[in-house]
Ligand binder design. Structure first.
Ligand code: OSB
Ligand code: MG
Length: 371
């Protein structure tokens, strides 16, 4: 049964992080997040735009989202008869890049469609076979190794199934050596967020001795070819994040043996349609995937849980408990992680949590209704 989006409500929220999060490219103390609500026939679907506060992870940032959605994406979606949420990706495909802005809108329509069908989002996207997902944590760069070891101990004791630490030149070999000395048996990986070049191959090769599950995106954010050259020199599998923006990129990276693993982020690839295509291509080539995170509020977190129920999400992802980031989340209940390091997949229609409208209102700094 076809439907139309009658109204789109954009909201920007501002929420402080419990603890700053530092990557090789920046330190974040508070998040500025754009949320997308789509309305049809008295039902709402919700999406989250996963762009950061600065255009440092990729070219998008909080300030680029609003004009992109208002001027370019929303007019292509409002009041058009839709047979299915899969059409949204194509309706905005004339826009070059800006996958996070488009993906937030796309995901909202998937959520709406799941609610119209009265089924959980996980099932609606073709997943939902699992009742729980496996969780890891992403741990930022700390001021000292001692503090980092404390954080790792906290997360291991909380039950998380793998630990990812952020690295950059000068916060890499010696730090990982110390982490391995103290935690010889944990499932451990490192994420460089493009902080190295091929000239650092010798340095990266030294990481082979630490039995890492993978090294994530060591080289340029838009590179696949140098990663293939590097992969030949390393025993440790590379995992690609930033440079896999489309299914075509995934195909090319796999064909070139540029990686052994792919991190799929819903926003980075423009939503569920492309995320599923990348998932399927990886699966048919024997490449495992896992779900990455972008310090999401509960809405983005819930979408990541749904995505993680697809069958080839076989490695623990970066989808973790709300309380690691927020003193209070905008959804109720917050996302909780069991002592086994798992999240129970919600069974209610749509993304499966309730929005805490009182709290949402109190953190909203900008709102606009498009109709
Ligand atoms: O590369 O995975 C990344 C956060 C911001 C930008 C990039 C990345 C990250 C994370 C955080 O690693 C994962 C999370 O949301 O917990
Ligand atoms: Mg990453």
């Amino acid at each position: 049964m076809s439907f139309q989006i009658e109204r789109i409500v954009l909201r920007q929220i501002r929420m402080p992080l419990v603890h700053f999060f530092e990557t090789s490219f920046s330190r974040t103390y508070a998040r500025d997040i754009v949320l997308v609500e789509v309305v049809s026939d008295g039902l709402s679907g919700w999406g989250e735009v996963t762009a950061g506060e600065n255009p440092f992870y990729n070219e998008e940032w909080t300030a680029s989202i609003w004009p992109l959605l208002v001027n370019c994406a929303a007019p292509r979606v409002l009041h058009h008869p839709l047979a299915s949420a899969t059409e949204i990706f194509g309706r905005t495909a004339h826009i070059r890049g800006h996958f996070m802005a488009r993906g937030g809108l796309e995901a909202a329509v998937w959520d709406l469609e799941a609610r119209r069908a009265g089924i959980p989002l996980a099932r609606h996207i073709g997943g939902g076979a699992r009742t729980e997902i496996a969780c890891g944590v992403s741990i930022g760069i700390h001021d000292s190794v001692e503090q980092l070891l404390n954080t790792i101990e906290t997360e291991v004791n909380a039950g998380y199934q793998r630990i990812k630490i952020k690295i950059k030149p000068g916060w890499d070999i010696a730090v990982i050596r110390e982490v391995r000395r103290v935690f010889p048996n944990i499932r451990l990986m490192a994420d460089a967020n493009s902080a190295y070049t091929l000239a650092d191959a010798g340095r990266l090769k030294q990481l082979d001795e630490f039995n890492l599950m993978m090294i994530e995106q060591p080289l340029e954010h838009d590179d696949i070819i140098d990663h293939a050259t590097l992969q030949k020199q390393l025993a440790t599998p590379l995992c690609l994040d930033e440079c896999i923006r489309t299914a075509r990129h995934a195909e090319q990276a796999i064909a070139m043996h540029a990686c052994g693993i792919i991190n799929i982020k819903l926003g980075r690839v423009g939503g569920f349609r492309e995320a599923r295509r990348i998932h399927d291509i990886a699966q048919s080539n024997g490449i495992p995937v896992w779900c990455g995170g972008m310090l999401e509020s509960g809405i983005g977190r819930a979408h990541n849980i749904a995505l993680s129920t697809l069958p080839n999400f076989v490695l623990p992802g970066d989808v973790s408990a709300s309380k690691r980031y927020w003193t209070r989340d905008i959804i109720v209940p917050p996302v909780e992680v069991s002592s086994q390091g798992t999240i129970a997949v919600p069974t209610a229609p749509g993304f499966g949590y309730h929005i805490d409208f009182d709290y949402l209102k109190s953190v909203t700094v900008r709102e606009e209704t498009l109709s």
